[in-house]
Ligand binder design. Structure first.
Ligand SMILES: Cc1cc2nc3c(=O)[nH]c(=O)nc-3n(C[C@H](O)[C@H](O)[C@H](O)COP(=O)(O)O)c2cc1C
Length: 162
């Protein structure tokens, strides 16, 4: 299979989550493509599944992430798996508190991943799941455990495709 990991990132945290997802997809023997939505020139994207990520800013996705979703071809992606993910914060500097906050985080509406899910669904593209990862300060850095959590969630997603 082939997966695309498309991300926007202002300070680098969402990019590091995207890189961890990309590594996991290739480690499990799939083809993968990692793209920054800022650098992606509109054109056909081909894959069996796509992860789309953005930092949460003011309860929303970035404009570049929104524009990227608007560039997707609904007739192509509605039959494939789409996952949205984001970074949120600042979360507790205490690792255990942070982990438990993220475990019970749920699908909060004022996050980039939820807004991206709505934006996809508004275009007729169903979303299979949303994922959230913690940053520890307003501008990052990413929580040290987040890349590993991204790999684990990606692994679970891939296991579900079988
Ligand atoms: C202007 C601004 C607004 C933000 N608003 C939110 C917010 O509404 N909710 C939230 O969880 N995090 C918010 N954050 C924290 C961002 O989520 C954090 O900077 C981001 O995860 C970093 O990801 P990046 O390094 O990929 O840009 C905000 C940060 C900035 C700078």
């Amino acid at each position: 299979m082939k997966g695309i990991v498309a991300y926007d990132s202002v300070h680098g945290s969402t990019k590091s989550v995207a890189e961890a997802m990309f590594e996991q997809i290739t480690a499990e023997g799939h083809q993968a493509q990692l793209i920054s939505v800022k650098e992606h020139a509109n054109g056909p994207l081909e894959g069996d599944f796509i992860f789309i990520g953005s930092p949460t800013r003011a309860g929303r996705m970035t404009k570049d992430a929104k524009d990227f979703i608007e560039s997707l071809d609904p007739s192509y992606w509605k039959g494939r798996k789409v996952v949205t993910f984001d970074t949120v914060g600042p979360m507790s500097k205490d690792v255990e508190k942070r982990k438990s906050m993220m475990e019970s985080f749920g699908d909060k509406s004022k996050t980039a991943a939820s807004k991206m899910k709505e934006a996809c669904q508004d275009r007729g593209i169903p979303v299979a799941g949303t994922m959230h990862f913690a940053v520890v300060g307003m501008w990052g850095p990413i929580a040290p455990e987040a890349p590993e959590m991204a790999k684990e969630k990606t692994h679970q997603f891939l296991a579900g495709l079988k």
